[in-house]
Design a protein around this ligand. Structure first.
Ligand code: F6P
Length: 378
């Protein structure tokens, strides 16, 4: 059994991080008698003049409903370098960090983060240091786990935004465009679009056509609905075009919402407005589900370490938490299946993804033709 473990949070913050930290500390100290050291600002906290603090049940008291992470986080740090477009992990910082972990008396690590953080954690494991990863991303795009905490809260916030845009859109007979997060995938846009009654959902997995959007606006107009709500994932792109960046050097996505607004206004002549939801989706208190999931992930991560597992990530599959190899967890992105149940349901209830197939039909209520399915409802 380890005497002392370290815990860190890396990558973008997500509601539920503090719930996971609290559960790690309470489980490690209360159930297994280990001491806990919080490492500040992700892996950066174990470089140079290290930044750590002892965590006790008392010091994590009251953090369950709090947004952000009490340990701080970093998106990019000293541990990853891009060389000729390829991700590399330089030896020097890893060696320094391992030496510092030894000095600090940290015998194992719980690393909470997205694909980037987990890939670094995997490097520690590969050099023989015991590590368990906990997945985190509001985008919910890690293939190895059905859900990550932060996602449900982000959907709640995006749904509330759509509800609010709905009433102002209807009052002014406008097209409202809501840009939500989702770098590689459209999970937030799809779920919030369904929950918030969007008329058009634009996601990276389904390249869109402006003609199809304009046709949808016109079709709604014909049936008396003089407003249209569009939700667009930040990584969505027009057919034949790439994603839009607000900062290409930093590869920071942004701008697609305003682009959609401008083009739709030009094509339809309807007054249009764009709202970029941005980091409001990540900040603030986690909802009940994310508190629960963060707590369960945190406790299961410590149980995995205590039972001798390493190089693994805890993951939710079929309703229970299991552990999967870290290497598997960092490499595969979970995309929205374009022929999946949710996309089909959205189409069935009249939501457009502005895909070429839909553009061909071009009529409200007419969607891609569905083959007869003999399986259970797909
Ligand atoms: O990975 C989650 C995410 O929210 C992405 O959807 C988004 O592109 C990114 O983080 C932005 O993060 P930051 O502003 O911290 O770089």
């Amino acid at each position: 059994m380890y005497r002392q473990i370290g815990i860190l949070t890396g990558g973008g913050d997500a509601p539920g991080l503090n719930a996971a930290i609290r559960a790690v500390v309470r489980t490690a100290t209360g159930e297994f008698g280990m001491s806990c050291i919080g490492i500040e600002d992700s892996f950066e906290g174990i470089l140079g003049d290290t930044h750590t603090r002892t965590l006790t049940t008392r010091s994590v008291s009251g953090i369950l409903p709090r947004g952000g992470t009490i340990l701080g986080t970093r998106n990019r740090g000293s541990f990853v370098k891009m060389v000729d477009g390829k991700t590399t992990f330089p030896e020097v910082p890893i060696g320094e960090a391992l030496a510092n972990l030894d000095i600090l008396g940290i015998e194992a690590l719980v690393a909470i983060g997205g694909e980037g953080t987990l890939a670094i954690a995997d490097q520690f494991y590969k050099r023989g240091f015991p590590v368990i990863g906990v997945p985190k991303t509001i985008d919910n795009d890690l293939a190895a786990t059905e859900l990550t905490f932060g996602f449900m809260t982000a959907i709640d916030i995006a749904t509330e935004a759509l509800d609010r845009l709905h009433t102002t859109a209807a009052s002014h007979d406008r097209v409202m465009v809501l840009e939500v997060m989702g770098r590689h995938t459209g999970w937030i846009a799809l779920h919030a679009g369904l929950a918030g009654s969007a008329d058009v959902i634009l996601i990276p997995e389904i390249p869109f056509s402006f003609e199809a959007i304009a046709r949808k606006v016109a079709a709604r107009e014909k049936t008396g609905s003089k407003f249209t709500n569009i939700v667009v994932a930040e990584g969505a792109a027009e057919i034949g075009k790439g994603e839009m960046y607000q900062d290409t050097a930093e590869m920071r996505l942004g701008g697609i919402g305003e682009h959609v607004r401008r083009c739709v206004e030009e094509m339809t002549g309807k007054e249009s407005r764009c709202v970029v939801l941005g980091h409001l989706q990540r900040g603030g208190s986690p909802n009940a589900f994310d508190r629960m999931l963060g707590t369960n992930f945190g406790a299961c991560a410590v149980r995995a370490l205590a039972s001798g597992e390493t190089g693994k990530m805890v993951a939710l599959q079929a309703g229970v938490i299991i552990s999967v190899p870290l290497s598997e967890a960092c490499t595969q992105i979970k995309k929205v299946p374009v022929d999946g149940q949710l996309v089909r349901t959205a189409r069935d209830i009249g939501i457009s993804f502005a895909a070429p197939t839909e553009a061909k039909h071009g009529e409200e209520g007419l969607h891609i033709s569905h083959e007869t399915h003999h399986r259970a409802v797909s």
